[in-house]
Design a protein around this ligand. Structure first.
Ligand SMILES: Nc1nc2c(ncn2[C@@H]2O[C@H](COP(=O)(O)OP(=O)(O)OP(=O)(O)O)[C@@H](O)[C@H]2O)c(=O)[nH]1
Ligand SMILES: [Mg+2]
Length: 499
């Protein structure tokens, strides 16, 4: 079975706890603090792999977990980091984080109007309600678009390990008994979507001769038969023309209503979505080639992204056929589209194939030139994220193969992942109905997650940090009393110790 979408639950490793420990040596009765740090939790990394073809495995293993970091110990021994989990996916896999629109940031137990901290990672475009599978009230955030073999992206970050008490020694604190706990790893639902990347996408009615064409011009060996919908999963093949490789994708035949999901329709249109050029094949034995052209063209026009894609038309099975009939079919197509470029070919007799492949190559190259010129103008897309827009991807891939053969591969498409390098110091205080004060904000939540709540000294350190960040002053001005409950990232404590 072919699977081109999948949903998975991801849980990156938790960071190990830092240790509280003191040196004990024969001649040093009161040694200094030597508690080591906890190890980092393992990341979940997705890697594009040319030998993986479908997302089917994720239907059987929908939960992916990376290893936790180990706790630190005495003699400044750091805990071992958790092993990263490497997940192999097909080339062309897009990874989205699913975010329910009702999702609350960690630790929140009530609704606050407006946007909340810790939502969309900086720069990542959020797409609202793209698919029906995750229900209406959610949006997806693109984390990575893995477009070439071996490309990797960290999808879920493991938590940092906590500092051991060796870190907390200062001139005024000679024997610190505090250590941090490890942070939890990122945990969320993700949606995977596979979109084939090719230079040329084959479209046409069932039985038009698409798979036969692919089998003759490329190394691919698709199934071919004289009945509709022989092809039920996409095939990829490489055709070489004038020392240039063209990657061609063959998809199941389209029928009227395909853009609304009829036949195998819509699911497969997405696979030609990222191709630079469409090759529209029409069986010359159709009663009316113009009508066959119109039906497919109509579906492509309704599938918005394909509307303006460059197109070449070829009448198939033309071997031994009367010139007059071929001309008649061509003029019928031209009535539908006066500027259509039409070739007459025969895959079985190998006629007209070289000319057609040359034309496809020319169009792929000119499309690539155009996009290169455009991307020089605006090297970042409209979101300023550096993520190439989808229509650009096929071209970049086309270019990359050229570069690969000449220079052994230096270009790469940038991918994004949940970067947590820049931590926002901003925070917010809200008073909940039950009288608790909820503090949110990336940095303070990070500290709170690392605080060992069972250790009064650690909690006091968190209180100190709140004071330094100005949060305490705000709490007091909002009416917080010493015994008020403060809640940060799900951890609760009183504003002042011993209340
Ligand atoms: N005479 C002749 N027959 C051809 C030619 N190309 C394809 N055919 C025949 O047309 C029939 C359909 O070919 P396929 O390549 O399976 O057609 P398809 O477009 O892939 O069909 P689906 O996968 O069902 O959408 C098969 O019986 C082929 O042998 C050709 O150049 N000449
Ligand atoms: Mg086929």
């Amino acid at each position: 079975m072919f699977a081109d979408t999948a949903k998975v639950s991801l849980k990156a490793g938790k960071g190990g706890n830092g240790a509280v420990s003191f040196r004990r040596e024969i001649y040093i009765p009161k040694g200094g603090p030597d508690g080591g740090d906890g190890g980092k939790g393992g990341d979940i990394i997705f890697r594009a792999d040319k030998d993986t073809n479908t997302l089917i495995d994720f239907r059987f293993t929908p939960i992916l977990t990376a290893e936790d970091g180990k706790n630190g110990s005495g003699t400044r021994s750091a805990g071992r980091s958790g092993k990263d989990l490497i997940v192999e996916v097909p080339i062309g896999t897009m990874v989205y984080k699913i975010k329910k629109n009702t999702d609350e940031p960690s630790g929140r137990s009530f609704e606050v109007a407006g946007d909340v901290a810790g939502g969309t990672p900086a720069g990542a475009p959020a797409t609202v309600g793209e698919t029906a599978t995750a229900g209406p009230a959610y949006h997806r955030i693109l984390l990575a678009d893995l477009t070439h073999d071996g490309e990797e992206a960290i999808i879920a970050h493991g938590g940092s390990g906590g500092f051991g008490n060796a870190h907390f020694k200062s001139s005024t604190r000679q024997a610190p008994i505090i250590a941090e706990v490890g942070e939890p790893g990122e945990e969320f639902e993700a949606e995977l979507e596979l979109k084939l990347l090719a230079d040329v996408g084959l479209v046409g009615l069932p039985n038009a001769g698409k798979s036969t064409f692919l089998s003759v011009v490329s190394n691919a060996k698709p199934e071919i038969a004289d009945y509709p919908f022989t092809t039920i999963t996409p095939n990829l093949g490489v055709a070489t023309i004038d020392e240039k490789d063209i990657l061609i994708a063959d998809i199941p035949g389209l029928i009227e209503g395909a853009s609304e999901g009829k036949g195998l329709g819509h699911d497969f249109l997405r696979h030609v979505d990222r191709t630079a050029v469409l090759l529209h094949l029409i069986d010359v034995y159709n009663d009316d080639a113009g009508e066959a052209y119109r039906i497919i063209r109509n579906e492509l026009d309704k599938y918005s992204d394909l509307k303006d894609r460059q197109e070449v038309v070829a009448l198939t099975k033309c071997e031994g056929l009367d010139e007059e009939i071929i001309k008649m079919q061509m003029s019928s197509i031209l009535k539908q589209n006066p500027s259509a470029k039409i070739f007459a070919i025969s895959s079985s007799a190998h006629q007209g194939l070289t000319e057609l492949l040359r034309e496809l190559k020319k169009l792929c190259e000119s499309r690539f030139e155009q996009t290169r010129a455009k991307s020089e103008e605006d090297s970042l897309d409209e979101h300023g994220t550096g993520i190439p827009t989808q229509s650009r991807l096929a071209d970049e891939d086309f270019a990359r193969r050229e570069v690969n053969s000449e220079m052994n591969g230096v270009s790469s498409i940038p991918t994004i992942s949940l970067g947590n390098n820049v931590i926002s110091e901003a925070w917010q205080v809200e008073k909940a109905e039950d009288g608790k004060f909820i503090v949110t904000g990336e940095k303070i939540e990070k500290f709170a997650r690392r605080t060992d709540m069972g250790n009064y000294a650690s909690v006091n350190r968190l209180r100190d940090i709140m004071k330094k960040m100005g949060i305490r002053a705000e709490l007091t001005s909002r009416g917080a009393e010493p015994d008020s409950i403060i809640s940060i990232a799900g951890k609760e404590f009183t504003l002042v110790e011993d209340w």
